[in-house]
Design a binder for this molecule. Structure first.
Ligand code: BG6
Length: 484
């Protein structure tokens, strides 16, 4: 059953970029749900801060519209909505100038938790951090939440870390990776470290390989300019997918505490081998039923940025030596699905006279949609006809297991914001982790840039370029099907 909801302490949350897309789609609807669920105390206050003019009532109206647009109508209760809007105010602010800071300061209460959410372009992180301190808006207890992209490479990430460190202590900085807030991701830790069943088998002796797939059906239209500078490697692999890999590959932390968990994740990133050029497949979607081609979406016929990437990599340590991790992610693929599949080795000897490789146990951890886990086990096909083996899933769909209460599972953003208020950094990236992730990513990107690599085209609605299939075929393995 879903645990009892424990309200957090009262807080003031300032959302820089309060009128932006992320605030409207995720942050504000998420906070509404936390209020409706009784987790956000009615004494909390939300302050939108942005460049545009307008006062409290205009901002409240825009929040009302955002909730109506991005939440199902039956999830909105008029009474709660009015209460939510009452908690909201607005400050027009100049992130690079002096305007608005005194007013913001006058709004902050001293006896509650102060959180500043930087839902703005990275170029504004430093000016905002500096002004928060300069104008006495944030004190040594305040927390700042920083969105991705956290730098574009090691150098920019280091510079960003250094500039934030001028104003805030590491314990005050919450670098958000919303994948860490997904229900199943935390369940991955619960399954690994809360049960005796899996951990003894969780190594190269018993696991054949691991697949991580984050497939999307959307393209990049609307954010083509940004995406084309970034590509799938920086947009998804360097952060979300590496974080998933870390949680699978890390050693058991001594306790579930921020630094114990993050120390172990860091060791995994540092143990990643460089990736060989032959172990990387990059692709770009062509024109198709979903819309224009990647090149048209970004408006550059010569772009070499990838909208798909697949790779094989290894973690060089005692636990994982020789076990490949296959990662893939892409836009405009056949289904929206995110899955981690732990594929176990065959039993050492088959007494049933079936060819090897026919039946292997797979633990599939689905992040979305239909969050849940499934363990494929081999059993005898029921009925007469001798010993015929079939694979059946032991299914733990959260929706089924939890019934109606599954709809109460908080979205990643709202869970993470509540963690910030509680002062729990476990699911946030530490500065050294981000830098280590870039230190591994940079040479991979530099390698294909130096080779002038051109991404292979792939059809919209497919599983990516054919070369991606070869990445596993040549190892005698197969990707799992992408399906929702
Ligand atoms: C974001 C990426 O971080 O994650 C997007 O910038 C991507 O390109 C998104 O679409 C995917 O998130 P989710 O939660 O929908 O899987």
């Amino acid at each position: 059953m879903v645990a009892r909801i424990i309200p957090v302490d009262p807080f003031d949350l300032v959302i820089f970029g309060g009128t932006g897309d992320l605030a409207r789609r995720k942050i504000l609807p998420g906070l509404y749900r936390r209020l409706a669920d009784g987790q956000m105390p009615p004494e909390a206050r939300l302050i939108g801060a942005a460049r545009s003019g307008g006062g409290d009532s205009e901002f409240r109206e825009s929040v009302r519209k955002a909730l109506e647009e991005f939440m199902p109508a039956d999830a909105l209760d008029q009474k709660v909505l009015e209460q939510f809007l009452e908690m909201i105010s607005y400050v027009q602010i100049d992130a690079k100038g002096d305007k608005g800071w005194a007013k913001l300061r006058s709004k902050m209460r001293e006896d509650v938790v102060n959180v500043f959410y930087f839902s703005v372009a990275p170029s504004l992180f430093e000016p905002i951090a500096e002004r928060l301190k300069q104008h006495g808006v944030a004190d040594d207890e305040a927390r700042i939440v920083v969105e991705k992209p956290f730098g574009q490479d090691l150098e920019t990430a280091r510079a960003l870390n250094a500039s934030l460190a001028l104003h805030f202590d590491e314990t005050q900085i919450y670098r958000i990776d919303h994948y860490l807030g997904k229900e199943t991701v935390q369940n991955l830790m619960a399954v690994r470290f809360g049960n005796m069943l899996f951990e003894p088998l969780w190594n190269s002796q018993y696991i054949d390989h691991i697949q991580i797939t984050v497939a999307e059906t959307v393209g990049v239209s609307g954010r083509g300019e940004y995406y084309d500078r970034i590509g799938a490697m920086r947009d998804m692999v360097q952060n979300h997918i590496l974080q998933l890999l870390c949680l699978i590959a890390m050693e058991p932390p001594s306790r579930y505490s921020p630094d114990a968990v993050r120390d172990e994740k860091l060791k995994v990133i540092r143990a990643l081998d460089p990736v060989e050029p032959d172990d990387i497949v990059r692709g770009q979607y062509g024109e198709g039923p979903g819309g224009p081609s990647y090149l048209d979406d970004v408006g550059d016929p010569r772009s070499r940025t990838e909208s798909f990437i697949a790779m094989r990599l290894e973690v060089s340590n005692w636990r994982w030596a020789g076990t490949p991790f296959y990662l893939r992610t892409g836009k405009r693929l056949k289904a929206r699905t995110s899955e981690i599949a732990i594929v176990f080795k065959d039993a050492p000897h088959s007494i049933f006279d079936v060819p090897r490789g026919r039946h292997s146990n797979v633990l599939s951890i689905r992040l979305q949609p239909n969050e849940g886990m499934q363990l494929g086990v081999t059993i005898k096909e029921p009925g007469p006809g001798g010993m015929r083996l079939i694979d059946v899933p032991l299914d733990m769909s959260f929706a089924e297991a939890l019934g109606e209460r599954a709809s109460e599972i908080p979205d990643a953003y709202e869970r993470l914001i509540m963690d910030v208020v509680r002062g729990n950094q476990t699911l946030f990236m530490r500065g050294d982790e981000v830098e280590a992730a870039w230190a591994w990513t940079d040479p991979v990107i530099a390698g294909w840039e130096a080779r002038g690599h051109i991404p292979s085209p792939y059809d919209q609605g497919s599983s990516g370029p054919d070369d991606a299939l070869m990445l596993l075929h040549r190892d005698g393995r197969r990707w799992r099907e992408i399906r929702s």
